[in-house]
Design a protein around this ligand. Structure first.
Ligand code: NAP
Length: 260
């Protein structure tokens, strides 16, 4: 499926950059992050005759940064929102600096909710008018499926992302908007170094290009995509049960909504 214009948060490195590189040249881009040189180089490498590529420098941990991204995405009339930016901080909650715990929550939780809420009405009305489906990808993690001591806040933020995307998919089931929770396993990016961990501890690590590709392929086909085939096989029974539960809960909640 081709989209007209995509907003990708956290496009400077890793999975976000891979998303930008994987989208077809016919899709315009709004790329955000805090590292200007990286975004400018990416824009140059992806430039194509007439292609609209905008970069927005913004700290998503701040309201001002989020507002700037929303304004640029609205102006570009995006029809694909990729909530990808995120960070982790390894260590016990009591030992981690409060500012780091707060930043994780702002970027991993508040930003996807605020961006989605602000951009959804425009995306929905443009999809209705044009007859083209829009899409929302929320990058969660396999860390979302269980509590992770010493990575507690990170795993909890990713569990939030997963539940948010699944519920949003239920709310938009009859709208021309596809919603996907993308749950990568360990992926070779800047993430672990920034989180204070070595990615050498993982026996199996994926390339961000494959993770992004799988996410784009899954959009409109599934609600949850587990990128890592080993984790996917391990989680398969739980995912089947979860899908059944999702359908049943949606019917109940829809009835509650209709009666309220
Ligand atoms: N790598 C993994 O193993 C893995 C596994 C599961 C899920 N994930 C998820 O995948 C997503 C992408 O992570 P990645 O692995 O590609 O990590 P990464 O290489 O560290 O990239 C993270 C991106 O998020 C941006 N970002 C971080 N803090 C930000 C802030 N305060 N404001 C704005 N942008 C910010 C960074 O841009 P700037 O620094 O330029 O701002 C960067 O572009 C995250 O949501 C992560 O939780 C990663």
């Amino acid at each position: 499926m081709e989209h007209r214009c995509a907003l990708i948060t956290g496009a400077t490195y890793g999975i976000g950059k891979a998303f930008a590189e994987a989208l077809p040249v016919t899709t315009g881009l709004v790329l955000t992050g805090r590292t200007e040189a990286k975004l400018a180089a990416l824009r140059e490498s992806l430039a194509h005759d007439g292609r609209q590529i905008e970069i927005v420098l913004a700290d998503l941990a701040t309201e001002a940064g989020r507002d700037r991204v929303i304004a640029a995405a609205e102006a570009a009339e995006i029809d694909l929102l990729i909530n990808n930016a995120g960070l982790g901080r390894f260590g016990a909650v009591v030992d981690n600096p409060l500012a780091a715990e707060r930043e994780m929550t702002e970027v991993n939780v508040v930003a996807p909710v605020v961006l989605t809420r602000a951009l959804l009405p425009g995306m929905a009305s443009r999809a209705d008018v044009s007859g083209r489906r829009a899409g929302i990808i929320v990058v969660s993690s396999v860390a979302a499926f269980q509590p992770l001591p010493f990575f507690a806040t990170y795993a909890a933020t990713k569990a939030f992302d997963l539940l948010f995307a699944e519920a949003l998919a239920g709310e938009l089931a009859e709208a021309p908007i596809d919603v996907l929770a993308l749950c990568p396993g360990a992926t070779r990016t800047e993430f672990f170094r920034r989180a204070g961990l070595s990615d050498g501890i993982f026996p199996h690590i994926m390339d961000p290009e494959i993770v992004a590709r799988r996410g784009l392929d899954a959009l409109g086909r599934r609600t949850i995509e587990i990128s890592d085939p080993i984790r996917r096989a391990m989680l398969a029974p739980a995912l089947t049960f979860r899908a059944v539960k999702r359908v049943a809960i949606r019917l109940v909640m829809k009835r509650v909504r209709d009666r309220s």
